[in-house]
Design a protein around this ligand. Structure first.
Ligand SMILES: Cc1ncc(COP(=O)(O)O)c(C=O)c1O
Ligand SMILES: [Zn+2]
Length: 438
């Protein structure tokens, strides 16, 4: 035994995941759904793992000692999860210097490079499938806007575990098809993400099968936490700012857990969380703005709006009822960070620019992160000396409609003379102008 689960509220200990599932993923003493995985060696081995600069890990399972699995034979992996490139994006650094006079460093965590889904949800996929396999689970139920559904579908199929996924009415057909393609059931619910979550919950109760733990799921938090280990292992500097578009908010919760857990070892400090939401589905940003304007009165974190059927164009980020807000907002405040609302229309502009400058095509949710970066520069949220980590959480592989919107250089021609030979440099200025206007 190398870990236990510990209730975040009353500190009651639950010995393992079998027990955690038996008690329906809620503390038997106080009912809280939030529990931390606590490692019995107090994280003492992390330093050795991250200090080894010569090792080439196969996957996140390089950090096996700090993942909630007891036996390596239960690992379900297709390789490379969690060990994707972290690149310095100096064209953004140059922009910050030229336009705002800021000396900053900008890094991109290339989670679009994950093999199974092209998103950072591969991390949760491999960890959740492995833990479920170890605990002998045969059936699992999830609600998803798409990405997590595809990741679970893929990895659980590999572990021979059956999955039922409830998706909202607005989810992309391509996401639905991908989930189903691995032989897992998909239910398109007549309603929004909140309705899909509710039906998934009732379905799990009706059939007495295990439901995903949502944004507080300790398996998911443990998976995302490893991004911090990778920063420590491969980067010359630790980020002072972490940016990721949020829907439910489990990404930053994982990063926060990792940095708090490593604080006693003096390995790193919690970065400021600057978390963008698409403006048509930004309940957390709205709540944050109000709380900030009122100078964070008592119990401020309990107040947030709920949007029914949010009509965002960024379907993966359509959590209208952000139940994790009270916990997440407190973490953001502690980190001296911000939750911001970003113009969805600018997503295409930043995606085109990055494809042009870096040959990298980021997906819509990742584009919201980058729009947030430009807004943060404009609004003074990023300051001189910052080391900014952008979570490039997804590529474009599943968003065909989005790819169609990226085209800007084609013309219809009917005769040869209409087609002119072009220098690709001629596109640069327009592409930069579009993002400079953000
Ligand atoms: C690429 C991408 N970015 C961000 C998010 C939001 O994740 P979180 O659960 O951390 O809010 C998702 C998933 O919903 C995603 O797929
Ligand atoms: Zn408790």
């Amino acid at each position: 035994m190398k870990f236990v689960l510990k209730c975040k509220e009353c500190k009651h200990e639950i010995p393992n995941f079998q027990k955690w599932f038996e008690v329906k993923q809620a503390c038997p003493k106080c009912g809280s759904h939030q529990a931390d995985v606590v490692y019995l060696d107090e994280m003492k081995g992390v330093k050795k793992l991250v200090d080894n600069k010569t090792v080439k890990p196969d996957s996140v399972w390089y950090y096996f000692d700090y993942l909630p699995l007891n036996n390596q034979k239960n690992i379900v992996s297709v390789g490379d999860e969690g060990v994707v490139p972290i690149e310095k994006w100096d064209f953004f650094e140059k922009f910050a210097k030229e336009k705002y006079g800021l000396n900053i460093k900008v890094y991109a965590h290339r989670n679009d490079r994950h093999i199974a889904t092209g998103t950072f949800k591969d991390l949760a996929g491999t960890v959740v499938a492995s833990v479920l396999k170890e605990t002998g689970v045969k059936n699992y139920v999830a609600a998803s806007t798409g990405n997590i559904g595809v990741a679970y579908s893929h990895y659980l199929a590999k572990a021979r575990i059956s999955l039922s996924v409830f998706i909202p009415n607005t989810s992309l057909k391509s996401q639905e098809a991908e989930i189903g393609s691995f032989g897992q059931s998909v239910f398109r619910v007549d309603g929004d993400y909140a309705a899909a979550k509710k039906m998934a919950k009732d379905f799990a109760a009706k059939h007495n099968v295990i439901l995903t733990g949502g944004n507080f799921d300790p398996m998911r938090i443990e998976a995302k936490k490893t991004m911090v280990y990778e920063w420590l292992r491969v980067m010359p500097y630790f980020p002072t700012v972490f940016m990721q578009a949020i829907s439910g908010g489990s990404g930053p919760l994982g990063i926060a857990k990792a940095t708090e857990e490593l604080a006693p070892l003096n390995l790193c400090k919690m970065p400021r969380f600057i978390l963008p939401q698409p403006h048509r589905c930004a309940p957390m940003a709205e709540a944050w703005k109000t709380a900030k304007a009122e100078n964070f009165p008592e119990n401020w974190e309990a107040k947030y709006p709920v949007y029914e059927n949010p009509e965002t164009t960024i379907e993966t980020l359509s959590t209208g009822n952000p139940t994790a807000y009270p916990a997440l907002a407190k973490v953001v405040k502690k980190s001296a960070g911000e939750i911001i609302s970003c113009q969805e229309e600018n997503a295409i502009d930043v995606t085109r620019l990055i494809a042009y400058e870096k040959n990298v095509r980021i997906g819509p949710a990742a584009a919201i992160t980058v729009v947030g970066f430009f807004q943060s520069l404009r609004d003074g949220l990023i300051v001189d000396g910052d080391v900014v980590m952008l979570n490039i959480g997804e590529g474009v592989s599943r968003s065909h409609k989005y790819v169609e919107k990226l085209k800007y250089s084609s013309q219809f021609v009917s005769k040869l003379d209409d087609a002119k030979l072009m220098d690709r440099n001629s596109y640069r200025e327009k592409l930069w102008q579009a993002v400079e206007a953000i």
